[in-house]
Structure formats: C-alpha cells, structure tokens
Design a protein around this ligand. Structure first.
Ligand code: GDP
Length: 459
C-alpha cells in the first residue's frame, strides 16, 4: 500500500484561501482525526465529495488551528486516482503550516515535488507527456503558452504519437508475417511498399518535429539581446517595447524588476529582452560585453537586435559590433531616421549578411510595430501557424522524436539497399519504442524521477 502524502498546494504568501492536499489510503482517517465538522459532528465517516464546514483541531490538546472547509474525494475519481482530501484554510502561512504539521503528525508524509502528479501518472490517469504538461500549465506566462500546455495536458500530443506508433505497428506486423510465415498465402511485402510506409512514418515524425522550435520559444520564451554603441537608442527601445507590450515580470508578485532585463509579451510570445549596455556605460562597447551578465545575454540570445544611429556615419565601433554578431540571427535597426539617413542598407549587408534590416525612429514610435511583426514572424515562421496549439515544447520529447526519426531513416536506407527484413525490423521496433517513451511507456524509474523533480511542491 502506498503511503499517504500531504503538502501545501497553493502558493506561499498571503491569499484569500490556502489549500492543504492529502492523497493516499489514510487521507480520510487523518481528516477524521484533525477535522471537526461544525454541524454534523456525529456524521462519520465523512461522505464522498461533500464540502464540510468546521475546524481543524489538534487532537493532542484540542486547540483550534483554523476555521476551514474540507472535502474528502474517494478513489479512483480523483486527481491521483487515490483517496484525496483537500482542506481550505485561510490563506495564512501560519494556518497552512500548522495544519500541514498536524497531517504529518497523524500519519501523512510530506509529499515530494510533483508527487501528486507522479501518482496520477503511475496510477494511469495521465500519461507522461500529459503529466509534463501540468507543470507547463502552472508556469505559463502568456495566453499562448497556457493554450499549448493545456492542449498537451488534454492529450493532443499523446494522440498524435499514438497515431504514428499505430502506423509503425501495422508495418511491424507486416514485416513479422513476411518473416515468419513466408509460405502462407499473404500479401507479399515488397521493398517498394516498405519504403512507402517508412517514408510516410518519417514524414509524420518530421512534421511533429517541425513545431519544436516554435514550441520551445512559446514555452521558455525568446531570448533577445539589444546591442549597440552608446546613445543609439537602446534604452529608448527597451522603454518603447515595455510601453506597447505587457511587461510580464511586473505582474508576477515577488519578482523584482531588473532594469536591464524585462520579460514582455510580444503578440503572445514571451520575450526576455536584455539591454546589454544597461549595466554601466564604458568607452568601448565590445569591452562592455565583457561584463558578465551582458556577455551571457549576448551569447545565449536567440535573437540579437542591433541598433545604430542612422543619422550619422558608421563608426569603427558599429563595425566591430557587427563583426561580433556576424551571421547570428539578428535584426538591425537603422535608428533616428527622423534626423536624416546617412547609413545605407547595402553597407550593413556587407557585415550582417543574414540580418533583417529595418528603419526606425524609436523616439517617434516609428518602426516598433514592424520590429514586433518581424519577431513574431521569426517565431511562427515556416510551417507553424499562430493558431496551432499542438506544438512540441519539451526537450525530452524533441530528442526522442529526433532519435526515432534517425532510426526510421536508417531503416529506409536499408530498404533501398534491399537488405534483410529482420535488420530493418530492428530499427522500426527501436523507433516505435522511442516514441513510446514520450508517453511514458517503458521509461525507466530515473527518467520518471527526473521529470517530476522539476515540479513544485504540492503539485
Ligand atoms: P542608449 O545609450 O543606446 O541606451 O540610447 P538612449 O535610448 O538613451 O538614447 C540616446 C538619445 O537618443 C536620447 O536622447 C534619445 O531620446 C535619443 N533617441 C533615441 N531614439 C531616437 C530617434 O529615433 N530619434 C531621435 N531624434 N532621437 C532618438
């Protein structure tokens, strides 16, 4: 029998209510020993899924801990598929800690991170990819990232993976029949048919993988670094974007605003915007990048926004910054065009062959919209539509898809060379197993532990 776990399920801090959650076979007994219903004192056992009003009382000394609402939910129709108790205390950390301590003293054990969701997975209520989506839901910062996580939690990714695996299974059956019963009156699996099936499977995997880049950014945010020599308009850009879009960090209680880094929402994409010069101005901008935080932001940036003063001639400093950027993904802003344009696009092209070049007058609010449009276009580029919610967001899934795709490609190559069927079968079976790991089939315990270690307490 599994032990009974307990945790504070709501965020730390002040709130209207705070919730203690328990899961396990002893949950109801523990509730019985610490909860006293106000009007139905003698009704025991407590009925399933009814909300009771009463008090948490320490059975050791009869001291009242808090006035609460409490509910008992009988297995298996619960979050964990075990017996669950939820106690709605006042949103005070004191009441919550004391109530939690009482549950522990009366037979519960403190839950590990993600243990409620882990039990939901182990008891078969959610598959692994759905369980992983739970944490993404909790952490989502924009409507879009929330939608994508919810879609995954509801099983859209699992369904797609199952579809692909079904096609693989059909092929494996064909192969096995041809290997084991070659003399029976069965449809002969030609190498052409085999190649068709494999390329169909390869395409299905490929299509899912093509959403991964966008998916990662929707989930984790786009890292954008603003760079340019002093006085070109970097902090003006930062301010303009903060004004037009929503600063996400300032809306989350407990997060402090960092003047050089802001997390904003551009067309529903979380963007971590860093002004690489924001720490301190020095003579030489490249030297400035040497400041650790700036350097780190520059190095990890998915996108570099380079600003120059377009109303003046290019300087050596501009050129050396551009050479540092090179062919990385970048947008170059020829700024201050309200003062006339001295720098031509062709000139910039020489140094930044891959950059998207825009003309702006940040102070006049000209070009900011184009910049945002460009950023959104980069994230939703190619095949991924903005309204698409089935996106691969998780690195673990991405790697499994990649390996499965490689195994299928290997199988295809062997089919081209008309190699023996049983060799080909090995690769297809491997790809099938790899995709199974996405939904949690045949995963090892340490993978499961790693997945749930990323959760917060009480989830
Ligand atoms: P930073 O040192 O790169 O952060 O540059 P700032 O954003 O502090 O801007 C330097 C100066 O240029 C400020 O006085 C801004 O008001 C001005 N500035 C920024 N953008 C423009 C623009 O598009 N046109 C004009 N005329 N001035 C601008």
């Amino acid at each position: 029998m599994e032990d009974t776990i307990a945790a504070i399920a709501t965020a730390y801090g002040e709130g209207g209510i705070g919730v203690i959650r328990m899961s396990g076979s002893q949950a109801r007994n523990i509730m019985d020993s610490i909860f006293v219903s106000k009007y139905t004192k003698d009704i025991k056992p407590i009925a399933n899924k009814r909300l009771y009003y009463g008090h948490i009382i320490d059975p050791a000394n009869n001291q009242v801990i808090d006035e609460v609402l409490a509910v008992f939910m009988k297995a298996p129709a619960t979050y964990t598929k075990e017996d669950v108790v939820e106690i709605y205390c006042h949103g005070s950390i004191v009441a919550l800690r004391k109530t939690l301590a009482l549950t522990l003293r009366n037979g519960a054990r403190l839950a590990e991170k993600g243990e409620f969701t882990k039990r939901a997975f182990l008891n078969g209520r959610l598959d692994l990819s759905q369980a992983e989506a739970v944490i993404d839901i909790v952490r989502a910062k924009t409507d879009k990232s929330f939608d994508v996580a919810l879609t995954q939690m509801e099983g859209a990714l699992s369904e797609r993976v199952k579809e692909i695996r079904q096609v693989m299974m059909d092929l494996l059956v064909d192969i096995t029949v041809n290997l084991d019963y070659p003399d029976e009156d069965i449809e002969f699996l030609t190498y052409n048919k085999l190649k068709n099936s494999l390329s169909q499977i390869g395409d299905m995997i490929e299509r899912l993988m093509s959403t991964a880049n966008t998916g990662r950014i929707i989930r984790e945010g786009l890292n954008a670094a603003i760079i340019g020599k002093p006085n070109v308009g970097k902090s003006s850009l930062m301010n303009a974007m903060l004004k037009e879009t929503r600063a996400i960090v300032t809306e989350i209680p407990g997060t402090t605003r960092d003047t050089i880094e802001e997390v904003i929402s551009i067309r529903d994409i979380p963007v971590r915007l860093t002004d690489t010069a924001g720490i301190r101005e020095t003579e030489n901008t490249i030297e400035k990048i040497g400041i650790e935080k700036s350097k780190e932001a520059f190095n990890r940036a998915d996108l570099i926004i380079f600003i120059l003063d377009g109303s003046a001639e290019l300087t050596d400093e501009d050129i050396s910054i551009m050479m540092t950027i090179g062919t990385r993904r970048s947008i170059a802003l020829i700024n201050k065009i309200d003062l006339g344009q001295q720098v031509g696009e062709e000139k910039l092209r020489e140094y930044l062959p891959k950059a998207k070049i825009l003309k702006t007058a940040i102070k006049q609010d000209i070009g900011i919209d184009d910049l945002e449009h460009e950023i959104a276009g980069m994230v939703y580029g190619g095949e991924v539509k903005q309204e698409e919610s089935l996106l691969v967001t998780n690195v673990r899934h991405m790697e499994l898809l990649k390996k499965a795709g490689e195994a299928v490609a290997d199988a295809y190559k062997m089919a081209e060379n008309t190699e023996a069927l049983d060799f080909i079968e090995v690769d297809v079976r491997r790809a099938w197993a790899l995709l199974g790991e996405i939904v949690g089939e045949a995963v090892t315990e340490d993978i499961i532990d790693q997945v749930f270690a990323r959760f917060c307490l009480g989830k």
